[in-house]
Design a protein around this ligand. Structure first.
Ligand SMILES: NC(=O)N[C@@H](O)C(=O)O
Ligand code: NI
Length: 166
C-alpha cells in the first residue's frame, strides 16, 4: 500500500528549510548596464566542500515522469549543494525530506513554475530530477571533485504522487 503525497506550489518560504527558490524576486533586483538590465542579485551561494571540491555547471536533459509516480528513494550530496533551473519553459516537480536520524522523513512535494528553479543546500534529502510533460533541459550548478558525493536511501514503502494540474 503506497502513501499518497499532496503537491504544493513552490514558495521561498515553504522551501526555506531545504534551500533557495531561484526566481526574479523584486527585493533582490538591482538595475545595471545603464538601466537596461535588471540583476536579481545573489539568489543562492553554491557549496563545494572537501579537498579539491569545486563548483561546476551542467545541463540535465530529463525524461518526463509518468503518473501515478512512486517516490521510492531520496538522495543527498554530502559535499555540495545542487541547483536546477529550467531551460525548456516547463514546470517540474521537487521532492525534499527533512533528515530524521540520518534517514529522509516524509517527503514534501512542490510544483515549480517554469520561471522557478531550486537550490538544494548541501546534504539536503531530495528526489532526483522529476521533469514533467515532455523532455526538459535544466541548468544544474553543483559540486565536482574527489569523494563520494551521493548518498541514497530507499523507503521500505514507496510514496505516490498523482499527475499535477498545470
Ligand atoms: N545524479 C545526479 O547528478 N543527479 C541527481 O543528483 C539529481 O538530483 O537529479
Ligand atoms: Ni541530486
Amino acid at each position: 500500500m503506497t502513501d499518497l503525497l499532496s503537491i504544493q506550489p513552490l514558495t521561498a518560504e515553504a522551501f526555506a528549510p531545504f534551500g533557495e527558490v531561484i526566481e526574479a524576486d523584486p527585493s533582490t533586483m538591482r538595475l545595471i548596464n545603464g538601466g537596461t538590465t535588471e540583476r536579481f542579485h545573489s539568489l543562492f551561494a553554491p557549496e563545494a566542500a572537501g579537498e579539491g571540491g569545486h563548483v561546476i555547471a551542467s545541463i540535465f536533459r530529463g525524461q518526463p515522469r509518468s503518473f501515478p509516480y512512486e517516490i521510492g528513494m531520496m538522495e543527498r550530496h554530502p559535499f555540495g549543494s545542487q541547483s536546477f533551473s529550467p531551460l525548456s519553459g516547463r514546470s517540474f516537480l521537487v521532492a525534499v525530506s527533512p533528515d530524521e536520524g540520518g534517514r529522509p522523513g516524509r517527503p514534501e512535494v512542490f510544483l515549480a513554475r517554469p520561471d522557478q528553479g531550486v537550490n538544494y543546500r548541501r546534504n539536503v534529502w531530495h528526489h532526483p530530477l522529476m521533469a514533467i510533460g515532455a523532455v526538459s533541459d535544466f541548468l544544474v550548478v553543483d559540486r565536482d571533485g574527489p569523494g563520494n558525493n551521493l548518498e541514497e536511501h530507499f523507503f521500505a514503502t514507496p510514496y505516490r504522487i498523482l499527475e499535477p494540474h498545470l
